[in-house]
Design a protein around this ligand. Structure first.
Ligand SMILES: [Fe+2]
Length: 449
């Protein structure tokens, strides 16, 4: 242990989010210099290197990083496989003292062989293995973990969703309360809300359940009533997921003042201080680097509330001057999802229009289609891109009309046809605005079918 206390830290380790759209990995540094880890991402690509870099950079102990406790929330590969990958490469440099998990008897067949490796890896660490139960309290250095829920609580009740077996814990450290939820879904959330009615669930920091993909429940969110959100989510999913009904309340809560998205940036919170709000979390002006956003999400940038109740099949959003939707992009390829996957599937004819102003010249500005998902996209696949060439500083208006009956799509600029495409977008697809190193103010987004 460290002779001099160090600042307790909480790091949301960024995942590659390339082969998969999920993954979760948190590193907590205690004041005595040891670590507590929650889950471990998939371990794909360079994730083990990045994970180990966090441990190395934050380590203050003479003989290398010491993990006082490693919690695994549930037996899905995006939570535990990174452990095996990390230990395979760096196990000789990391000491693990305790490993805690309670997995259900019946797991997912897809992960069976991965789980075998997981158990083998545990044996290799020589760590003490603990099977937690609800009500247990574990203390490591200055952090206390209150186990609020485990799969044991179901007894003989069937649990159709494996995610609902997630370990749920409240961590208390340096005056902060953090709710760890893993991928808990509706069945477990309902039990939590029913069982804890005396403020036990209230936490300043909330790990949004199941990456925001229909995890948790609105009632659970309300009971936690957080100020800070941790999203173990790629940014191309965050902007869609945050509007889903299980999370949407978090977007309307006045109390929420910061959201950290694992796919945007890896970040570390210094828990010895109050957590600063992040300016990006602004519901009136959307102004941040993005890689995906939906029309639904653009509603959050629109101060006029009526649009929020409209159906996507006929939507027009106009941004008043003060509510301008500003999108900025960095040097990489950046995506803004204008039409969500599947929204166009039932329409024989639809149009998509964007009006705005290119503030600064972009390296690339255009539309992308025919790709069911941004996952796995690479710059080589430029045939799916249609470049637009607005003049910087001058307002633009582009309209793309897709007509399935005629079998072609037309692109108009200021009502003049500038391109005709014989190949229609495949279904389902997202329609994405693609931008590299630029800044655009959208004044209107229109989708008609
Ligand atoms: Fe997950």
């Amino acid at each position: 242990m460290s002779k001099t206390p160090v600042s307790p830290l909480l790091t949301q380790v960024s995942a590659a989010y390339f082969g998969t759209n999920c993954g979760m990995n948190y590193v907590i540094r205690l004041s005595d210099g040891r670590f507590v880890i929650i889950d471990g991402n998939w371990g794909e690509y360079d994730e083990p290197e990045k994970f180990f870099a966090v441990l190395q950079e934050q380590n203050v102990l003479e003989n290398g990083p010491v993990v006082a406790a490693w919690f695994f929330t549930h037996p899905h590969g995006d939570h535990f496989r990174g452990f095996q990958r990390l230990m395979a490469r760096y196990g000789d440099q990391i000491k693990v003292e305790e490993i805690l998990f309670r997995f259900p008897k019946i797991g997912h067949p897809r992960f069976a062989s991965m789980l075998d490796l997981f158990y083998d890896t545990i044996i290799g660490t020589h760590a003490k293995v603990i099977t937690p139960s609800t009500g247990d309290v574990y203390t490591y250095g200055d952090a206390t973990f209150h186990v609020l829920f485990t799969c044991e609580d179901y007894g003989d009740t069937p649990v159709p969703n494996l995610n609902d077996n997630s370990l749920v814990m409240r961590m208390e450290l340096a005056g902060h309360r953090v709710m760890w939820t893993g991928d808990i879904a509706q069945q477990g959330s309902a039990m939590l809300v029913e069982k804890y009615q005396n403020g036990e669930l209230a936490c300043e920091i909330f790990q949004v359940p199941h990456h925001g993909y229909f995890g948790g429940s609105e009632d659970f969110c309300k009971a936690v009533d957080p100020e800070i959100l941790l999203w173990p989510t790629p940014d191309y999913w965050y902007y869609t997921a945050r509007n889903w009904h299980t999370n949407a309340w978090l977007m309307t809560s006045e109390k929420v003042r910061a959201a950290f998205i694992a796919g945007q940036n890896q970040f570390t919170l210094d828990l010895s201080k109050p957590i600063e709000a992040k300016s990006a979390y602004d519901k009136k002006v959307i102004d941040f680097d993005f890689t995906a956003k939906s029309v639904c999400d653009l509603r959050w940038g629109c101060p006029t509330g009526d649009a929020a109740t409209e159906e996507l099949h006929a939507m027009s959003i106009e941004f008043p001057e003060e509510g301008v939707c500003r999108l900025t992009a960095d040097e990489g390829w950046n995506f803004c999802s204008m039409i969500q996957k599947g929204q166009t599937a039932t329409a024989d004819r639809y149009s998509f229009q964007i009006d705005g102003l290119l503030k600064t010249e972009a390296d690339y500005f255009g539309l992308k289609w025919n790709d069911p998902s941004p996952v796995g996209w690479s710059a080589e696949r430029e045939d799916q891109l249609t470049r637009l060439n607005p003049t910087p500083g001058k307002p633009f208006s582009y309209r793309l009309t897709v007509d399935k009956a005629s079998g072609f799509a037309v692109l108009l600029e200021d009502s003049k046809e500038i391109a005709r495409f014989e190949q229609l977008p495949e279904e389902p697809c997202d329609l994405l605005l693609v931008m590299r190193s630029g800044c655009v103010d959208l004044t209107r987004v229109l989708y008609e079918s």
